[in-house]
Design a protein around this ligand. Structure first.
Ligand code: ADP
Length: 542
């Protein structure tokens, strides 16, 4: 017997329709390229997104076509999120920090037909466009007619602008209804090896993920919040915030290209942000700036941090300012939220130091996803807080394969191998110890590179650190620590090694510390340990 309840497909357009009707005046503030602020609201975003959807139809875009964006966080990007997905096309967010060769590759792989781009990416567009003539029919500059750069595009590729496109449409468009399993957006993972791979989200997965993301023990976004996503909209849909904020009726503050610490602090304070989200590098940079200038974050009440391990020392520093950092873990392939660190009744009783230890873990599995740790013998690791296993996940918003790569299918009820290694404790808290490819195995003992990095960045003079496996004649592998000093500080190997003395077992102390000027970072700001390994794997053999 079926229930007698209405059944409406879970469509992305329903989010912005709801926000326009019930939170129409909630603000959307964007910092433009010239540093000025653009003010809008959900009613306006919905109206302009509908016009955009109609205009895309006019450009011949059909259900299922891929329409790309090459853009920072801004109101026009938000209109693309809703206009493109809302009309049934696929919003393909491209990471502008990728090499132009990779950008051209993914445009061709996705067969994007139209590309929306911020005006300041003109040089990238000029480099990429000639290689993308197979599918790309138009480039839309996200600005008015006066902001279109002089670009010499290949024949058959139109150069348009966002404002004229919207002005040419009318308000008569109604959001179409279609199957909720229709593809809504596409995001290629930066991929530390090989070409980027596409993760193809659906309307259903996006809605369920965003609702779960808004839950109290997850990101907990509420109508009274003013949300500032530093995490880019090209990186796993900015962890759901462009959907979650309008769902909750929270204001959205979009920083554009101004991601340096002074600009972010000014925007957070000026626009009274209560909640923000970004990778550890961002929070480290902000912390340094706050300390140097004696400024404060006046209104931020909490932040969410993930994308790589959040150092305990960083959490402690923000805690002192009264701003808890909530750690979350996931991947582009899990939309990305899989675990979030929120206390349970049992863990609330912990003493402050133990509580911070626990908060520095990746957190508990959110409802709608499942996570497990599988040992080498194929069995699930016990929840003892000690036994590591390869982490796998499944759920309503976990990929079942990569776009146009049938050999990667894992099936809807299969488990997706994350490539991360971790433990579960008795309360279900996951602690990541490594990525499979980053593990250090010394004479049969596993050493966690994340643990070593966490300790290293707590050293008062260390800005950034990476621990890698270096080949060793006796132990097969030994940890090598590569560090960057804070500006104006002197670092020596001896002082860093001394810092480890009472913090880890002797066999985990790095064999050597290399002080370098900078570490290589990938397109999503993570340290490229593969580059370091390629360079320094033989360091201990010399
Ligand atoms: P890419 O590897 O291309 O950067 P993602 O941005 O999807 O892809 O990153 C996912 C990976 O980032 C995870 O598999 C994990 O290794 C790492 N990661 C994400 N969040 C955390 C976290 N809170 N702690 C440690 N590592 C994390």
């Amino acid at each position: 017997m079926l229930g007698q309840m209405q059944c409406q497909p879970l469509l992305i357009s329903s989010i912005i329709r709801y926000a326009a009707r019930h939170h129409g005046r909630a603000e959307v503030v964007s910092k433009l390229a010239d540093g000025s602020l653009h003010r809008s609201n959900y009613a306006e975003v919905e109206r302009r997104s509908r016009r955009l959807a109609q205009a895309l139809g006019g450009l011949g875009v059909k259900l299922g076509d891929r329409v790309a964006t090459l853009a920072m966080n801004g109101h026009r990007h938000l209109e693309c999120y809703y206009g493109i997905s809302g009309m049934g096309a696929v919003c393909h967010t491209i990471n502008p920090r990728l090499a132009t060769d990779d950008i051209a590759y993914i445009i061709n792989h996705a067969e994007d037909v139209v590309l929306f781009a911020d005006p300041f990416f003109a040089a990238t567009l000029a480099a990429v466009a000639p290689a993308c003539t197979a599918s790309l029919r138009a480039i839309v500059i996200m600005g008015g007619p006066g902001e279109v750069p002089a670009l010499d595009l290949p024949a058959g590729m139109a150069l348009l602008n966002h404002e004229d496109l919207i002005a040419g449409a009318d308000d008569g468009y109604a959001w179409p209804i279609f199957d909720e399993n229709t593809a809504s957006s596409l995001c290629y993972t930066s991929g530390t090896t090989g070409r980027p791979k596409g993760v193809l989200y659906s309307h259903r997965s996006t809605l369920l993920h965003s609702m779960a993301g808004n839950a109290g023990d997850a990101l907990g976004v509420r109508a009274a919040d003013r949300v500032l996503p530093v995490v880019p909209m090209f990186h796993a849909n900015a962890w759901s915030l462009p959907y979650g904020a309008p769902m909750a009726g929270a204001a959205l503050i979009l920083p554009g290209r101004h991601l340096d610490a002074p600009s972010l602090v000014a925007l957070m304070n000026g626009e009274r942000a209560t909640f923000s989200a970004g990778v550890p590098t961002i929070w480290l940079g902000l912390l340094q700036h706050l300390r140097e200038t004696g400024t404060r974050l006046e209104t931020v009440k909490r932040t969410v941090c993930g994308g790589s391990a959040v150092p305990r020392a960083l959490m402690a520093a923000y805690e002192e300012m009264g701003i808890p950092i909530v750690q979350a873990w996931g991947m582009t392939e899990s939309s990305p939220i899989a675990t979030v660190n929120a206390p349970t009744e049992a863990t609330l009783k912990l003493e402050p130091e133990a509580a911070l230890d626990l908060r520095a873990t990746q957190g508990r599995t959110v409802f709608g996803a499942d996570v497990r740790a599988i040992r080498e013998d194929g069995t699930e690791a016990p929840w003892d807080g000690e036994t590591p296993g390869n982490l796998e996940f499944q759920g309503h918003w976990v990929a079942n394969g990569y776009f146009r790569q049938p050999d990667t299918a894992v099936g809807d009820h299969g488990w997706f191998p994350t490539g991360d290694v971790g433990t579960f404790d008795a309360n279900g808290f996951v602690r990541l110890t490594d990525r499979t490819k980053d593990l250090i195995k010394s004479g049969g003992e596993w050493i966690s590179s994340i643990d070593l990095e966490n300790i290293a960045v707590a050293h008062p003079d260390v800005a950034e650190a990476a621990a890698i496996a270096a080949t060793h004649p006796k132990w097969a592998e030994r940890p090598l620590l590569v560090v960057v000093a804070k500006p104006g500080r002197e670092l020596t190997e001896a002082s860093v090694l001394a810092f480890f003395a009472d913090k880890v077992p002797k066999f985990s102390v790095p064999d050597a510390v290399l002080v370098v000027d900078e570490l290589p970072h990938g397109a999503t700001g993570k340290i490229q340990k593969n580059v370091l390994r390629a360079k320094y794997a033989g360091y201990l053999m010399a």
